[in-house]
Design a binder for this molecule. Structure first.
Ligand SMILES: [Fe+2]
Length: 244
């Protein structure tokens, strides 16, 4: 995929871009300040996912398919988010400021491994649940999602408090651009609008404006509206409410 350095109309950012927002409505913001907005997607959906699965009536394969589609979407996005960080966020920092960073990076990488292990286990169980809507699969998946949520929150809290301030200080604009591009490139085009809606729903409006700051004005107007609509439609189907 071509690699524009900044968010564009077709590719709203899935990770932060480097240039501060030029729009007058956007508050000054650093690249790393976008990350907590990305994390709102994973915090919210994994807080809710266990309950969503648990409420699938045993044997209701139509409902199980809707829920499995959703959980697989969330896990895919989470895995991608972590892969980008593993590849592009931590290695340059570990090389640049090893003493300052080593304990934090080791903690972050250990947490990613725990999360990845749970994502892998869930991914192996979801196809059978889609086929059967069986009670045992349902309960096991719901419990694993709750477990994943606990580990993930701990990891995201640590990342935001301990890693991002160091990243803000030591990553270059080009490196933030590479993170943003890798985030976009790994998001399937058909999921781009919904993914942006997932960030936008609980995200910081200044961070959302920043993510679109290099796009033309009509795009900055249109993308949030399309994303809001995609999110509402999806949330109604999965959560039964447009404001989960
Ligand atoms: Fe992150």
């Amino acid at each position: 995929m071509p690699t524009p350095a900044r968010p564009t109309a077709a590719t709203p950012a899935a990770t932060p871009a480097a240039t501060p927002a030029a729009t007058p409505e956007a508050a000054p913001i650093t690249p790393s300040a976008v990350m907590p907005t990305l994390h709102t997607f994973f915090r919210r959906e994994l807080r809710l996912a266990g309950g969503v699965v648990r409420r699938v009536p045993a044997g209701d394969r139509a409902r199980a398919a809707v829920v499995v589609d959703h959980v697989e979407f969330v896990l895919r996005a989470l895995h991608h988010h972590h892969t980008v960080e593993d590849d592009l966020l931590w290695p340059p920092l570990a090389a640049r400021v090893p003493d300052e960073l080593a304990p934090v990076v080791e903690l972050m990488q250990a947490q990613h491994e725990t999360v990845d292990h749970l994502v892998g286990e869930l991914s192996s169980l979801l196809p059978a649940f889609r086929r059967s809507a069986g009670e045992a699969d349902r309960n096991r998946i719901a419990d694993l999602l709750d477990l994943l949520h606990g580990h993930l929150v701990e990891h995201l809290d640590d990342e935001e408090a301990r890693l991002l301030p160091i990243a803000d200080e030591h990553l270059t604009d080009a490196e933030w651009d590479a993170l943003a591009e890798a985030g976009r490139a790994g998001t399937p085009p058909r999921e781009m609008t919904l993914t942006f809606g997932m960030y936008q729903h609980d995200g910081d409006p200044a961070a959302i404006a920043y993510m679109l700051s290099e796009a033309p004005a009509p795009v900055r107007w249109l993308v949030p509206r399309l994303a809001r609509r995609a999110f509402r439609r999806h949330a109604l189907r999965v959560h039964g409410t447009a404001t989960p």
